[in-house]
Design a protein around this ligand. Structure first.
Ligand code: ZN
Length: 146
């Protein structure tokens, strides 16, 4: 188990150092801002959704290693998914970080399972996903984890 834990840590560090899909998105038609006042994480999420499918997704902002890695992993997981599939992933991810069982196949997102042991970090890991939820619903009010 400790080897697995090391591997998970490595993936999180890598995504924090080299965030995937980071930067502005030209042609975005969904947008939301997220803020986690507990930690100071800020995130802007832009998506291009066509016929219910997430064609592209990119994020900007600054936050701690967990929030950045989570956003980076999320954008990788979302490309090509339908909005319905994204909602399923959101729910599965939420259960995982709350330390609850999930039947959803989370793939690489499982590297963040360890945050369930650190309640203060759960909000860091969830910020990108709550922001996604708002973007898909096209809510214009900024998202706060508080
Ligand atoms: Zn944070």
């Amino acid at each position: 188990m400790s080897d697995l834990r090391d591997l998970y840590q490595e993936v999180i560090f890598d995504h924090n150092r080299h965030p995937r899909n980071f930067g502005p998105l030209v042609g975005a038609n969904r947008h939301a801002d997220g803020f986690n006042p507990l930690c100071g994480d800020r995130l802007t999420l832009n998506l291009q959704v066509q016929d219910g499918v997430i064609q592209d997704v990119r994020f900007e902002g600054s936050g701690c290693a967990i929030s950045t890695a989570s956003a980076s992993l999320m954008t990788e997981a979302l490309k090509g998914k339908t909005e319905a599939e994204a909602t399923v992933l959101f729910e599965g991810f939420h259960h995982m970080v709350m330390g609850e069982k999930t039947t959803v196949d989370l793939g690489k997102l499982a590297v963040l399972a360890g945050v369930s042991e650190f309640p203060a970090r759960v909000k860091c890991a969830s910020l990108a996903w709550h922001t996604l939820n708002a973007a898909l619903k096209n809510e214009s009010d900024p998202v706060s984890t508080e």
